[in-house]
Design a protein around this ligand. Structure first.
Ligand code: CUA
Length: 313
């Protein structure tokens, strides 16, 4: 909700729950900064005028210190800064905590546009459809240079770099059309990387993603095919170990590595394991070296394999 004292409001429409919190802290910092600028500059000018030299032999007073004043101007700004830090952290923490059971959509940036791939394989460009009232998690990747996916109405923005996955999530609270921007200068038509976020009812969203070409496979189906062609000899999907670890229940699990390290299995770890398998070898699997699939898989196949592994709960 926009509050009544928001008389200087340059922020876009609020379409997610944390938007009002983001705007509150943003406005708070702006107003505090404006107040301090006026108060400090004003006091400085006033005192410079009040205590100006009034005659050539005028000598200024000798002033040591004022303990009360110094305590106040130390403690009050400290409290204000602690409040800003705490509030900012709390909202940021919400934004960075992955939602439970989100609608996941792959977003691929390229020079100069965005492609959207929904869970059932529905592909789109320009328009990103999402259901209202449900957490939406975007898995972002870039085909070429650095981009940045920016949804002002949702108050979320995430840099998108080639070679690694980035995430953002939000829960839209109202239906409507909202702008999508690229917020990282990425070449000649950077400013043309515009799109529309279409927040629709969950029923409309289902209708939308179901309206697709029959031959379009979902990422999970693409991954299943890829698995059959490339991975099946060494990796099972039923939990039994082969030459390599099984894919069943792999996603989200914490793996111990030969070099003593460990990591939880996420999109980036799977991607790395496919493209650079020797980087983090899982403990107990060092006997046979897996060869790298770098250059052999399209991003679509890579995303598919990750989606497939994710689906093997
Ligand atoms: Cu993509 Cu700017």
């Amino acid at each position: 909700m926009k509050s009544a004292w928001n008389f200087l409001d340059f922020m876009p429409e609020q379409a997610t729950a944390w938007a009002s919190q983001v705007d509150f802290i943003n406005n708070f910092i702006t107003y505090v900064a404006a107040f301090c600028t006026v108060a400090i500059t004003g006091a400085m000018l006033f005192f410079a005028w009040k205590y100006r030299r009034k005659s050539p032999d005028h000598i200024g007073e000798y002033i040591t210190h004022n303990a009360t004043l110094e305590t106040v101007w130390t403690v009050v700004p400290t409290l204000v800064c602690v409040f800003v830090a705490y509030y900012g952290f709390a909202v940021y923490h919400d934004m960075r905590t992955p939602p439970v059971d989100p609608v996941e959509i792959n977003v691929e940036g390229y020079q100069w546009g965005w492609n959207y791939i929904h869970a059932n394989g529905k592909k789109a460009a320009k328009e990103l459809y999402v259901p209202v009232g449900k957490p939406v998690r975007l898995i972002l990747s870039s085909r070429d240079v650095n981009h940045s996916f920016f949804l002002p109405a949702m108050r979320v923005k995430e840099d998108v770099l080639k070679g690694t996955y980035h995430y953002l999530w939000f829960t839209p609270t109202k239906t409507g059309d909202f702008p999508i921007f690229c917020a990282e200068y990425c070449g000649r038509e950077h400013s043309g990387m515009l799109g529309t976020l279409k927040v629709v009812s969950p029923e409309q969203y289902q209708d939308y993603i179901n309206d697709r070409r029959k031959e379009e496979l979902s990422p999970v189906q693409i991954g299943e095919q890829g698995y059959g062609q490339r991975c099946i000899a060494c990796h099972s999907v039923d939990g039994s170990p082969r030459i390599g670890p099984s894919f069943k229940g792999l996603y989200g699990k914490t793996e111990q590595f030969e070099d003593g390290g460990s990591a939880s299995v996420d999109d980036n770890y799977i991607r790395e394991s496919i493209l650079d398998p020797q980087k983090h070898v899982v403990k107990g699997y060092s006997a046979v070296k897996m060869t790298s699939f770098a250059g052999q898989l399209s991003d679509e196949e890579l995303n598919g394999l990750i989606a497939y592994i994710k689906s093997l709960k």
